[in-house]
Design a protein around this ligand. Structure first.
Ligand SMILES: [Zn+2]
Length: 365
């Protein structure tokens, strides 16, 4: 099986497995077409790709109340993410997603037990009738999701690393809709309409850091898989707690600009998979603060994909905080009333004594 996968892997990767596509220079839409015959409409991928029926698949629903807090999880530090304008990046539509190639001079230098090099980033989105993120949080599906794919430096290439247990590290960023365009994403979104299926366009390098949420130290971590066939269970997932805002216009561009064959490329997300016995770790304590916050001040939430007020996502920790806060408030108020009452009684008693005392003095005189 492993040998067979090794033989077919280059074709699988070349024909649009969204999480591990090689750079467009290595792509050829028609190569291995027989082997990459899968779609999002029929997600019964296991019959052609048995690993997709594995017990450690992605995406998953992240139940924040059940996540195991591990404050030892180190923050992620990036190197080389600020690309020069002279660095040309390939933007391509591989029929399953739109993907931006990244140079392997970009890396995650800290945050894992080993060094990971960047390969590409790509997006998952919904349609007019549905949001399109892959990971859900406490059952909420956000508007869209971006994956930044990295491979372990020791395996030297994405293709080599893709089948190794510790081969891949993918960063997931969830999107919500805000009131304004997110200018950091213009580099990509303004070019979407030019990304004809199978073609590659060039965009100048820019600071990839600006695509990330600001709180890089708050994230969920678990072991999972590629979210597309062949579903290798070799991905260490990092799902950031903080969402990134894009405008409705930008989200609509993502939903409508790209074509595959004669139809619009949309709803390219996999259904959530069973967690089974896996543990989801959180790098922060849900009992202190685990709100999904928005990165830029002044943005309002209006995408309708988040049922909670103002797009802020409350977890069990927040609920407990509200309950204990209310209880504490009530106790403090009751105590204050008691103290005031006591004071008033004492003062009345004192006044009473004076009243009694004065007539006695009068009687003496
Ligand atoms: Zn993906």
């Amino acid at each position: 099986m492993r040998r067979l996968l090794f033989l077919i892997l280059p074709q699988l990767l070349a024909t649009g497995t969204c999480d591990t596509s090689l750079g467009p220079q290595q792509e050829g839409k028609h190569e291995g077409e027989m082997l990459s015959h899968w779609s999002y409409e029929d997600q019964n991928w296991g019959k052609d790709y048995p690993l997709c029926n594995g017990n450690a698949q992605s995406p998953i629903n992240i139940d924040t109340g059940k996540a195991t807090v591990d404050k030892e999880l180190p923050s992620i530090t990036f190197e080389g993410y600020n690309l020069k304008e002279t660095e040309q990046l390939d933007l391509s539509n591989n029929g399953h997603t739109v993907q931006l190639s990244l140079p392997d001079s970009m890396s995650i230098s800290r945050g894992f037990k080993q060094k990971y090099l960047a390969s590409q980033l790509h997006f998952h989105w919904g349609s007019d009738t549905s949001p399109g993120a892959e990971h859900t949080v406490d059952g909420t599906q956000y508007a869209a999701e971006m994956h930044i794919v990295h491979f372990a430096a020791k395996y030297e290439s994405l293709a080599n690393a893709a089948q190794e247990a510790d081969g891949l590290a993918v960063l997931a960023i969830l999107f919500q809709v805000g009131a304004q365009d997110n200018k950091n994403y213009k580099h990509i979104f303004d070019k979407l309409q030019d990304a004809v299926e199978g073609a590659t366009i060039k965009i100048p390098g820019f600071d990839i850091n600006t695509l990330l949420p600001s709180q890089l130290y708050r994230f969920f971590r678990y072991n999972g898989s590629l979210t597309t066939p062949p579903c290798f269970q070799t991905v260490t997932w990092t799902v950031f707690n903080e969402t990134v805002l894009i405008s409705q216009v930008q989200l609509d561009k993502l939903k409508t600009s790209l074509k595959t064959g004669h139809r619009t490329l949309d709803s390219n997300f996999r259904q959530v998979q069973p967690l089974n016995r896996r543990i989801v770790f959180a790098s922060f304590s849900s009992l202190t603060s685990s709100r999904r916050i928005v990165p830029k001040a002044g943005f309002s939430e209006s995408d309708g994909t988040d049922n909670s007020a103002n797009g802020i996502h409350f977890t069990l920790g927040d609920t407990l905080a509200v309950i204990f806060g209310t209880l504490f408030g009530c106790t403090a108020l009751a105590f204050a009333i008691y103290v005031l009452k006591q004071k008033r009684q004492r003062s009345n008693a004192e006044r009473g004594q004076k009243v009694i005392y004065k007539p006695a003095a009068t009687m003496e005189s």
